[in-house]
Design a protein around this ligand. Structure first.
Ligand code: AMP
Ligand code: ZN
Length: 460
C-alpha cells in the first residue's frame, strides 16, 4: 500500500507522490508573544508524527518551520495591535526580549515533547529583505495597492482566491475578514496587508525601512517568503492548524501564486483543534494550559504526547485532566511492558503486527490505529516476549514515548563529569558557566533541570 494523505485543497485522500527525492515540508511555527499552549502542541505533535512517518516509509524530508516574531496582529484580518507589542506591554520588556524569551520556551518544550527539530528554523525578523522583495514582485504584477496604513493585496485580482477553503468555509473566511471594522480604504473585505506602516508619532520596537515607508511586514508574507526561499517556489507539503485554512494559508497561496504563477504547495494538511470546555483552546481567550501547568500537576510531557496519539489528527480532541490521567496510566503500562520484555532474547517483530502498524500510518496517518495495533500485538498469546519487545521498539521509533528510558539510565564517565562540573558551577553561582554546561549536556542528549533538591537530568 502507498501513503495516502487527506489534502485540504482537493478535499480527498490522495496518494502521496513527492516532487523530488527530498520531500519539502513547511509547518507554520509559533507566534512568540507568550507560551504556546497544549493546543498548539497538538498541532506540532501531529506534524512531528507526519515527518517521522514519512521517514519510516523511506522518504527523505527537508523540514522548515518559521518563528513569527513580528507582524501577527491581534485580529487575523490585519487589524489591532501586533501581538508582539501586546506581549511587550504586558511584561514591560521590548518586543525583541519577548520574542527571545518565548522562542527559548518553545524550544525547551519541543525537547520535552521530543519534537524533532526542523532542518531550518527561520525567524520573520531575519527575513525582512526577502519579504520586501516578494512584495515588490507582487507590486510589479499589479496585485498591490496602497492605503493610509499600509500596502494591501487585492484579492479580486487573484481569480482562485479562497480555493483552499472552498464552499461554506470560503464564506466563513471572507466574513472573518469583514467582521472586524476594517480599514475603510480596503477594496475588498478579504484583502490583506503585506506591509504595514509604523503608526505616525509612535516608535515601534520592531520596524524597518522599505521602498514604501518605514514599517513592518504583514503576517502572511513571512511564510510565503521563507517557504519559497528554503523549499523553492513549488513544494510538497504545508501544514498547520485548521484555523489557518480560511485566512493565513488562503493568503499565503494568493501571494505566492500571484508572484510566481506556479502552484505553491501540492498537499495541504491541517490538524484539528484541541478543545477546552467545547471551544478551541486559545491564547487570546486566557485560561489556556501550557506544558508547564501539566508538569506542575505531575504529568510528564510525554503523557501528553501519548494523549495526542489517541485521536486522529483530523478529529477534534477534548482536553480534560481525567482523560490525560488515563493516557498517563496507559503510557506507564506500555513502559512497564517495554522494560519487562526488553530482558527477553530478541526476536523479530511479528510480520502481521508490523504490517498492521504500517498500514494504519499509510491510511492518512491513522496514528490511533497504529497505536491500537501495538496494544493488540502485545495482548497476543502466540508470540514470544522477544517479538513483543521488537514491536515496542518499532512503535518507540515512531511515537517517541520514552518507553525504554529507564533501562538507559547508566551514564558514561564524561557525562558524569559534566554534570558534576555543572553542579559545582551552580553552587558557586557561576550561572553563565552552568548554562553553558546545560547546553553542552543537551547537545549530548541529557536534559538538565534545576529543582529545590538540586539538578535533575533525563535523556532527551
Ligand atoms: P500560533 O502561535 O497562534 O501562530 O499557533 C501555532 C499553531 O498552533 C498553528 O498551527 C495553529 O493553527 C495551531 N493551533 C492554535 N490553536 C490550536 C488548538 N486549540 N488546537 C490545535 N492547534 C492549534
Ligand atoms: Zn504560516
Amino acid at each position: 500500500m502507498a501513503l495516502k494523505l487527506y489534502n485540504t485543497l482537493t478535499r480527498v485522500e490522495e496518494e502521496f507522490k513527492p516532487l523530488s527525492a527530498v520531500v519539502g515540508l513547511y509547518t507554520c511555527g509559533p507566534t512568540v508573544y507568550n507560551y504556546q499552549h497544549v493546543g498548539n502542541y497538538r498541532t506540532y505533535i501531529f506534524e512531528d508524527l507526519l515527518k517521522r512517518t514519512l521517514k519510516l516509509l523511506g522518504f527523505s524530508v527537508r523540514h522548515v518551520m518559521n518563528i513569527t516574531d513580528v507582524g501577527h496582529l491581534v485580529s487575523d484580518a490585519d487589524e489591532g495591535e501586533d501581538k508582539m507589542e501586546v506581549g511587550s506591554a504586558r511584561e514591560g520588556k521590548t518586543a525583541w526580549d519577548i520574542a527571545k524569551t518565548y522562542t527559548e520556551a518553545f524550544l525547551e518544550d519541543g525537547v520535552r515533547l521530543r519534537l524533532e527539530p526542523p532542518d531550518v528554523l527561520c525567524k520573520a525578523t531575519d527575513h525582512v529583505p526577502e519579504q520586501i522583495e516578494l512584495v515588490r514582485r507582487l507590486e510589479a504584477k499589479g496585485f498591490i495597492y496602497r492605503t493610509g496604513d499600509g500596502l494591501y493585496f487585492d484579492t479580486a485580482r487573484f481569480p482562485d482566491y479562497g480555493k483552499l477553503a472552498g464552499g461554506s468555509q470560503r464564506l466563513a473566511g471572507l466574513q472573518a475578514g469583514a467582521r472586524v471594522e476594517a480599514n475603510p480604504e480596503k477594496r475588498n473585505p478579504s484583502d490583506f496587508a503585506v506591509w504595514k506602516f509604523s503608526p505616525k508619532g509612535k516608535k515601534r520596537h520592531m520596524e524597518w525601512d522599505s521602498p514604501w515607508g518605514r514599517g513592518f511586514p504583514g503576517w502572511h508574507i513571512e511564510c510565503s517568503a521563507m517557504a519559497m526561499k528554503y523549499l523553492g517556489e513549488s513544494f510538497d507539503i504545508h501544514c498547520g492548524g485548521i484555523d489557518h485554512v480560511p485566512i493565513h494559508h488562503t493568503n499565503e497561496i494568493a501571494q505566492s501564486e500571484g508572484a510566481t504563477g506556479k502552484p505553491f504547495v501540492r498537499y495541504w494538511l491541517h490538524g484539528e483543534f484541541l478543545l477546552m470546555n467545547t471551544a478551541k483552546m486559545a491564547k487570546s481567550k486566557g485560561g489556556f494550559i501550557t506544558l508547564r501547568h501539566l508538569m506542575e500537576k505531575g504529568f510528564d510531557p510525554l503523557d501528553y504526547r501519548y494523549h495526542c496519539l489517541t485521536a486522529h489528527y483530523r478529529k477534534q480532541l477534548d482536553f480534560s485532566w481525567e482523560a490525560l490521567e488515563s493516557s498517563k496510566t496507559a503510557r506507564r503500562r506500555l513502559r512497564e511492558l517495554a522494560l519487562a520484555f526488553k530482558k527477553e532474547p530478541a526476536k523479530p517483530a511479528c510480520a502481521d503486527d508490523e504490517t498492521a502498524f504500517r498500514r494504519a500510518l499509510e491510511d492518512d496517518l491513522n496514528v490511533p490505529g497504529a497505536l491500537a495495533s501495538v496494544w493488540e500485538g502485545l495482548r497476543r498469546q502466540d508470540i514470544p516476549a522477544g517479538a513483543k519487545a521488537a514491536l515496542l521498539r518499532m512503535a518507540e521509533d515512531l511515537f517517541r514515548l520514552g518507553l525504554f528510558d529507564e533501562a538507559e539510565q547508566a551514564l558514561d564517565g564524561e557525562l558524569e563529569r559534566l554534570l558534576h562540573e555543572r553542579e559545582q558551577a551552580r553552587r558557586s553561582k557561576d550561572f553563565s558557566r552552568s548554562d553553558e554546561l546545560r547546553r553542552e549536556l543537551e547537545r549530548r542528549g541529557l536534559l538538565v533541570e534545576d529543582t529545590a533538591q538540586g539538578q535533575r537530568w533525563r535523556r532527551k
